[in-house]
Structures are given as structure tokens and as C-alpha cells.
Design a binder for this molecule. Structure first.
Ligand code: ADP
Ligand code: F6P
Length: 328
């Protein structure tokens, strides 16, 4: 980790960017308190890169992050900022950091946010990324802040839909978030015992196979039929209409939507966010830049941002096969 007594950095900033995720507050709290205890001042930047460009910058101290660890969302606010994708926006961001004495920045967000951090680091502002997204779609890390809360929220919702599916002997399609990745769908599909799990990474568009499976299960005496569909596939409502007309079995679609992003973070999200946030602040305080914090084999490690952004992640054949096997 390096000798923090030799810290060259005097002030760091912290921002959250992209979609909010439960546990981001625990990460902010960890960044602020770790930096302060290492003699480094902290400024909070509101509304992600958009707030940076608008100079929405506040001083933070230990008590500014009191009473937030249990709250969902992000107290700093977040945004998507198209302007920051441009060289002009990035240059302006660097000038604003310099103006406010911000030597280093912790960016809590997903791959897009890390691409922004990469640009800032190239232009002379030290940056460290912390993976914060419910989607689990960051290749360098086993864990992203918010995923655990989101899958537990979705799992509980799907259990509830299943009660009605059984009572009415219906087929229910439940669409979960995940952007282009299927991790939330995979985890919920397995944890909820879904009859079918549709993942963007593996989807073959064979709707007839789905229909055959529903008819077969009904003949076997199953009263419910749950299909967990990933947002990256989408079209749940039209899929439901086609399945109902092909099977004669009442079929309904439910899109869980933003309820999956909110809510008080689970213990796991608070715990890992705290470890990662503290680690990110220590990296900056010890003079590191262009790093991403990752959680691998139950501990924090860090990667070069360029390397992290080049990594690829996929759902393994084993995980996919287990989902398929257990639903039969
Ligand atoms: P996430 O961080 O969750 O992947 P986005 O992809 O929406 O979310 O990215 C969040 C923000 O990061 C964007 O709105 C933009 O301001 C910034 N960003 C994304 N991609 C780039 C890029 N290639 N260069 C600079 N900034 C970027
Ligand atoms: O990245 C988190 C996420 O909720 C994705 O699952 C989803 O595709 C996207 O954000 C929705 O973003 P927005 O808040 O811009 O609608």
C-alpha cells in the first residue's frame, strides 16, 4: 500500500457517477474518513461529472458522512454527463479540479465513470475508481457495490409474484435490470427457482423452446411458471402475449425497474463498500493514480484503469447450466 506519511496529495475529491447503487454512501463515508485521518482534506462533488463541470463542490469532514451508511442512493447525487465524454469537457474538469485544489479524485461508478477517470488521470489529476453498480458488469472485480441489495430486493419481489403465479396457475415473466449483462437475472433465476432464465449472454431467441417448457411443466403438475428475463433482452410484455396465445395459459409480465436500485444497503454492500472506499483513499494518499479498486478472493486489490477497462467478463457455462438443470 505504500507509506502514507509521504503523501504528496493535500486534497482529494469524491464523486458518484452513473446509476446510483445501494452502498455508495458507505463508500463515500469510508473515503472521507480514511483521507481525513491520513491528513488529507476532502471535497465532495455533487451530481458526478456534471456537478464537477458546474463546480458543485463542497467541503467534507467526518460529520458530513454521519448517519448515511444505512441509506440507499447517494448523498452526493449522481448523473450521466455526455459533455464529459468530450475532450473539451474533460479539460474543463481538470481546470476546475486545479482551481479547487483537488489533486486526486475517487470516482465511484461503473465502467463509463472509470473511462472518465482514465481521461482525468491522463490530464494530470490522480484518480482511483471504485466499482459501484447494481449490474455486476465490471470485469476486473468479483463484486460491485449495490449488487447484493439489488438481487435481494428482486428476489423478494419475485417470490411474491410466484405466490400469485401458483394461485392463478399462470405463467409470469419478470424482467430484472442489468443493462446489457445478465448477472441479476442469473442470480435471481437460480435463487428464485425460476423455470426459465433468459440471459443476454446466452439467449438464443428460441421462443418455441420456452413454450414447450411451459406446456411440459403444466402437464407435470407445476402450478406456477416463472421466467426471469433480463433487461438486456427486454420485450417482456410482447413475449407474454405471444406465450399466452401459443399455450392458452394466462401469462403476465412484470418489469421490476427502479425498485431494484433503491433501498437500504445489505450488510454485504455496506461492508465491501467500506473496505473498497478506504482502500481507494489510501491509494490516492500514497500517491497512486490511474487505479481501479477490485474485490477478488474476499480482499481488496487494485488494477491499472486501462487494464481494467480492457478486461472481459462472461457468465460461465457452469453457472448457466446449473440454472437450466435445477429448473427441470
Ligand atoms: P457507469 O459509470 O455506471 O458505467 P455511464 O456509462 O453512464 O455509467 O457513465 C457515467 C458517466 O461517465 C457518463 O455520463 C460520462 O459523464 C462519463 N463517461 C462515460 N464514458 C466516458 C468516456 N469514454 N470518456 C469520458 N467520460 C465518460
Ligand atoms: O446501471 C444500473 C442500471 O440500473 C441498469 O441496470 C439500467 O440499464 C440502467 O442503469 C438504467 O439507467 P437510467 O437510470 O439512466 O434509466
Amino acid at each position: 500500500m505504500g507509506d502514507m506519511s509521504e503523501a504528496k496529495i493535500k486534497t482529494i475529491g469524491v464523486l458518484t457517477s452513473g446509476g446510483d447503487a445501494p452502498g455508495m454512501n458507505a463508500a463515500i463515508r469510508a473515503v472521507v474518513r480514511t483521507a481525513i485521518q491520513n491528513g488529507v482534506a476532502v471535497k465532495g462533488i455533487k451530481q458526478g461529472y456534471a456537478g464537477l463541470l458546474k463546480e458543485k463542490i463542497i467541503d467534507m469532514n467526518s460529520s458530513s458522512v454521519s448517519d448515511i451508511i444505512q441509506r440507499g442512493g447517494t448523498v452526493l447525487g449522481t448523473a450521466r454527463c455526455p459533455e464529459f465524454r468530450t475532450a473539451k469537457g474533460q479539460k474543463q474538469g481538470v481546470e476546475i479540479c486545479k482551481k479547487h485544489g483537488i489533486d486526486g479524485l475517487v470516482v465511484i461508478g461503473g465502467d463509463g465513470s472509470f473511462a472518465g477517470a482514465q481521461k482525468l488521470a491522463n490530464l494530470g489529476v490522480a484518480t482511483v475508481g471504485v466499482p459501484g453498480t447494481i449490474d455486476l458488469d465490471i470485469a476486473c472485480t468479483d463484486y460491485t457495490i449495490g449488487f447484493d441489495t439489488a438481487v435481494n430486493t428482486a428476489m423478494e419481489a419475485i417470490d411474491k409474484v410466484r405466490d400469485t403465479s401458483t394461485s392463478h396457475e399462470r405463467c409470469n415473466i419478470i424482467e430484472v435490470m442489468g443493462h446489457t449483462a445478465g448477472y441479476i437475472a442469473l442470480w435471481c433465476g437460480i435463487a428464485n427457482g425460476a423455470e426459465d432464465i433468459l440471459l443476454p449472454e446466452k439467449y438464443d431467441y428460441d421462443e418455441q423452446a420456452l413454450i414447450n417448457n411451459i406446456i411440459r411443466n403444466r402437464k407435470l403438475g407445476k402450478r406456477h411458471h416463472i421466467i426471469v428475463n433480463a433487461e438486456g433482452i427486454g420485450h417482456s410484455a410482447s413475449m407474454a402475449r405471444r406465450i399466452e396465445s401459443a399455450t392458452g395459459i394466462e401469462t403476465r409480465a412484470t418489469i421490476l425497474g427502479y425498485m431494484q436500485r433503491g433501498g437500504s444497503p445489505t450488510c454485504r454492500d455496506r461492508y465491501i463498500a467500506s473496505l473498497m472506499g478506504a482502500y481507494a483513499a489510501m491509494l490516492l494518499c500514497s500517491g497512486k493514480s490511474m487505479r481501479v479498486v477490485a474485490f477478488k478472493n474476499d480482499q481488496c486489490v487494485d488494477y491499472d484503469i486501462n487494464e481494467a477497462l480492457r478486461m472481459q467478463k462472461d457468465i460461465s457455462a457452469y453457472e448457466f447450466e446449473v440454472g437450466r438443470l435445477l429448473s427441470r
